[in-house]
Design a protein around this ligand. Sequence first.
Ligand code: ZN
Length: 310
Amino acid sequence: MRRDTNDEAAAATAELTYPFASPPTPGHAMSVATGVMWLRMPLPLAGLNHINVWALEDSAGWALADTGMQTADTASYWQQAFAGALERRPVTRVICTHMHPDHIGMAGWLTRQFDCRLWTTRLEYLTCRVLVADTGREAPPDGLRFYHAAGWDEEALAAYKARFGGFGKAVYTLPDSYRRIVDGEELSIGGRLWRAVIGRGHSPEHLCLHCPELHVLISGDQVLPRITSNVSVFPTEPEANPLEEWLESLAAIRRRVPDEVLVLPSHNEPFRGLHARLAALIDGHEQRLVQMHGELAAPKRAVDVFGVGG
Ligand SMILES: [Zn+2]
């Protein structure tokens, strides 16, 4: 969920259009397509103060896409929305794009409130269970070795130790079972077909949902218009290459989802211009890789190349 801005990414927004003048306030909802409501939940994070979540008209109520972080505020805004904009209709299922706490944090609370299922991909569900299980544990030697080798100083290592095991605090106890969604699967929600498009690199098996009939893509954190998604190597898999997975995923979305869709991202505002945004994200990373390659004639630690191209 951590993100940072970069200059190329910010420049790309010039080609995008944003059809809605302002977002809904928390606890309220705004229709953005037939049967698709936009809600916003606050986030208690430095630098990122909101997440967008979506309510899709389903046969007997609402299918929710993402849920907000576990906080008392999020619960009360959901209650306000159910009593008002969502017309006291029940939640039929809770779909999560991925396992970060701002997306899945309230899934356990919502599924219990409405006695419904959590729908997500297998790696998002299982990885979330693993990270939640780390809650309260001390930072492991593997993690300290990994960040030390990357060049982190004592202060940064102390911050890692203090932060380790905090993931579960922002996630309401997950349901003990879930409904798996696989890449390419077609879900019928309220009689409309939504196709699952899986991406990798920001999280292990990130779900996007494309509705060809409505020309809408729920993009999660896989495509954001004004900020760039965090793509990181973590100590649990030091040899991972998430940037390669990320770039492959963006290219796959460009092949599989037409440019004309209205994109519903988890942060910032709904926008048009999917292919321009994908191209800008891919080009921005490729330029940085070329610059980085130029800097690596002599071996360097990870921290020594953080500023390259910045
Ligand atoms: Zn995320």
